[in-house]
Design a protein around this ligand. Structure first.
Ligand SMILES: Cc1ncc(C[n+]2csc(CCOP(=O)(O)OP(=O)(O)O)c2C)c(N)n1
Ligand SMILES: [Mg+2]
Length: 672
């Protein structure tokens, strides 16, 4: 074990004593909770100590400092490492984690949950736990840093540091993440791989994986080296080399899981669970830590607290630099960091809606989306769009939007490559970093390829607004592999996730606006490949889509039938309404662009929209799942199987999703 003290502000407190403070907080918290993961914190304590004590740019007094270095513990199961660091350095002061919080590890309502949750405590930069998410999210943070630095030079200049476990690097999403990071030469991204060779099932090289990670990262355009992850000097030297590199860096840190445990160290037994009295006592002896659980000797705590305030002069200098900015530029920087939308956005959108009402464009909503983006993008400079290699299909590149490049981050369009999962995780990182509203894009069917990152966004309550086009069998010829059927239902099932499916150009811009206004929720706009008629032909200043559902076409007289639909099927519902009228049946049409937004409306609004017509029928080119909440046991015209390859009109006909089918079902129920 290393005993050197490398802290620049050297004190009599040794490196080992500081690292052991982390080790025993983790070990004792897991003992008390009778669950948790002590192995990673004990193994990675040396890396974390060097990073936080000597390198990380932060000021415990202001966890929100925009130019702080970001730290991501990708292996979220090792969260006691992070909680220990936050407590020891005093991040957040009185509002930060105290020793009582550490004692409450993994208890209901505590600020130290079983995996770190975004802002459960000051200094927790992102939620991690699903392996691979942290490293992929950190790529977005590093992109955001470069982009914001390009816009506010001298104000933004910081690193993103990650500790990733073996599991993080085995997960596929890590490949997507390192691929784009290497391509973009994200030189301020520095990843420590906690190379302990152990996972839950045992020895990784024996059981599951022998990848040469250093070669893997190098081939992706990274710097990469091996070091002894228990040698403070080697750790510090490697960090300095990484900081001077023109590429992202992965430092493979050879560590022992559960370092210090007498019999469990270096084995999968150290990965998780309370280690038991004998192991804990043995570790105290091995590491020369005679203190009671949760007791950190004053000199050790004081040295850690000193590390916590190491950045205060730097932060004050930064504040002065911000003060010295031109007032307008400073206000813009602060607006973006707060996440406030530009105040003139509403007028811009209202004027644009008037134009659409006048022109009545008959276009696919993916085209309508592009047109809306040109307007919104001009008004919202923090909006960043992109696509996972479907730029010409998703239509998310608008007007003169420039792409970001390794040598120029002044643009705001991102070519993610064919990497849906990495894209959405990185978008989360961009949003978490602050200063931007990110938007990824792909085909709607491929939400399956990135669902874990969509879910984390919902859990973290962050604003990302993605565009997923080709939203139903209406995409036609590409066939059932590409035709979403269950995806609307699946996205509607996710708490705090808003899936918007507009029916025409006006609805498309309204959905964009409503999504942007939801500062604490992620959204997807599901847009069509096929053209749709203009339905909203009268100017209404109010954003009707924001309510999730509204009557788009009233009945003439008292409605006997209510037809509910979303997206491309709203025009089909309107056609059915006309046919019913010819048969003397009064029907109304309700557009339902966003279920979750509708369900949170006041009861009286919801009741009035659902209405009291005898028959409630819904039509949607997707499965019925979820529609019962609107139509009860009313008839549903939609999909019961996967789709079919063919021209889209023929595919709709093949599956019987037609105005005639709606009319027939409505009449049958009316006369039943
Ligand atoms: C996506 C995902 N799959 C599975 C798990 C469950 N899990 C938690 S830790 C772990 C692997 C542990 O190995 P490693 O990442 O090397 O961590 P260490 O044991 O070294 O702490 C697994 C499979 C998870 N958290 N996320
Ligand atoms: Mg491991």
């Amino acid at each position: 074990m290393a005993t050197t003290t490398v802290s620049p502000g050297a004190t009599s407190v040794s490196h080992d004593a500081m690292a052991n403070a982390i080790r025993f907080l983790a070990l004792d918290a897991v003992e008390k909770a009778k669950s948790g993961h002590p192995g990673l914190p004990m193994g990675a304590a040396d890396v974390a100590t060097v990073l936080w004590r000597d390198v990380l740019k932060f000021d415990a007094a202001d966890p929100h400092w925009p130019d702080r270095d970001r730290f991501v513990l990708s292996g979220g199961h090792g969260c006691m490492l992070l909680y220990s660091l936050l407590y020891l350095t005093g991040v957040g002061g009185d509002k930060g984690l105290g020793i009582e919080d550490i004692k409450q590890f993994r208890q209901v309502g505590s600020r130290t949950p079983g995996h770190p949750e975004y802002w459960c405590a000051p200094g927790v930069e992102t939620t991690t736990g699903p392996l691979g998410q942290g490293i992929a999210t950190s790529v977005g943070m590093a992109i955001a840093e470069r982009m914001l630095a390009a816009r506010f030079p001298g104000i933004v200049d910081h690193h993103t540091y990650v500790i990733a476990s073996d599991g993080d690097l085995m997960e596929g999403v890590s490949q997507e993440a390192i691929g784009i990071a290497g391509h973009l030469k994200l030189k301020k991204l520095i990843v420590f791989w906690d190379n302990n060779g152990i996972s839950i099932d045992g020895q990784i090289p024996v059981l599951a994986d022998n990848i040469d990670q250093v070669a893997r990262f190098q081939s992706a355009g990274w710097n990469s080296t091996h070091i002894d992850g228990h040698d403070p000097k080697a750790i510090l030297d490697a960090i300095h080399a990484a900081q001077n590199s023109d590429k992202p860096t992965m430092i493979a840190c050879k560590t022992t899981i559960g370092f210090g445990l007498p019999t469990h160290a270096g084995t999968s037994k150290a990965h998780s669970d309370a280690q038991g009295a004998a192991e804990v006592a043995g570790a105290r002896k091995n590491l020369n830590w005679p203190y009671e659980p949760f007791v950190i000797p004053d000199d050790i705590l004081a040295t850690w607290r000193k590390a916590g305030s190491r950045g205060s002069a730097q932060r004050e200098a930064w504040n002065r630099a911000l003060d010295a900015l031109d007032a307008k530029e400073r206000a813009e920087f602060e607006r973006r960091l707060r996440g406030d939308l530009p105040h003139d956005l509403d007028q811009v959108i209202e004027a644009y809606k008037q134009k659409l009402v006048d022109e009545k464009p008959e276009v696919a909503t993916r085209k309508a989306g592009q047109a809306a983006l040109a307007v919104i993008g001009a008004a919202v400079p923090e909006l960043v769009t992109g696509s996972a290699d479907l730029t010409p299909s998703n239509n998310t590149k608008f007007s003169d939007e420039m792409e970001i490049r390794p040598d120029d981050f002044s643009g705001r369009y991102i070519h993610w490559g064919v990497r849906e999962h990495g894209m959405i995780a990185a978008c989360n990182g961009i949003a978490l970093h602050g200063g931007f509203i990110p938007s990824g894009a792909s085909f709607f069917c491929f939400t399956d390829y990135c669902r874990p990152s969509l879910r984390i966004a919902a859990l973290m309550k962050i604003r990302v607004v993605h565009v997923f086009t080709h939203d139903s069998i209406g995409l036609g010829e590409d066939g059932p592999t590409h035709q979403p059927v269950e995806h609307l239902a699946a996205m509607r099932a996710m708490p705090n996730f808003y899936i918007w499916r507009p029916a025409d150009s006006v609805e498309t811009v309204e959905c964009w606006q409503a999504a942007l206004e939801r500062e604490h929720s992620p959204s997807i706009l599901a847009l069509t490949r096929q053209s749709l008629p203009a339905l909203r032909t009268k100017q209404v200043a109010e954003n009707l889509c924001a309510r999730g559902g509204y009557e788009i076409s009233p009945a003439s007289g008292e409605a006997q039938v209510s037809i509910f639909a979303s997206g491309s099927e709203v025009s089909l519902a309107v056609a059915a309404q006309a046919q019913l009228k010819e048969k003397g049946v009064a029907a109304r049409v309700v557009s339902m662009p966003c279920f979750p937004a509708f369900f949170e409306q006041p009861d009286d609004y919801r009741r009035s929209v659902i209405g009291s017509a005898k028959v409630k029928v819904a039509v949607e080119a997707a499965v019925r799942f979820g529609w019962d909440a609107i139509i009860g046991d009313g008839p549903f015209i939609g999909m019961k199987s996967f789709g079919e390859s063919g021209p889209y009109k023929a595919v709709f006909k093949h599956f019987g999703i037609t105005p005639e089918a709606v009319v027939e079902a409505a009449l049958a129920r009316l006369h039943a």
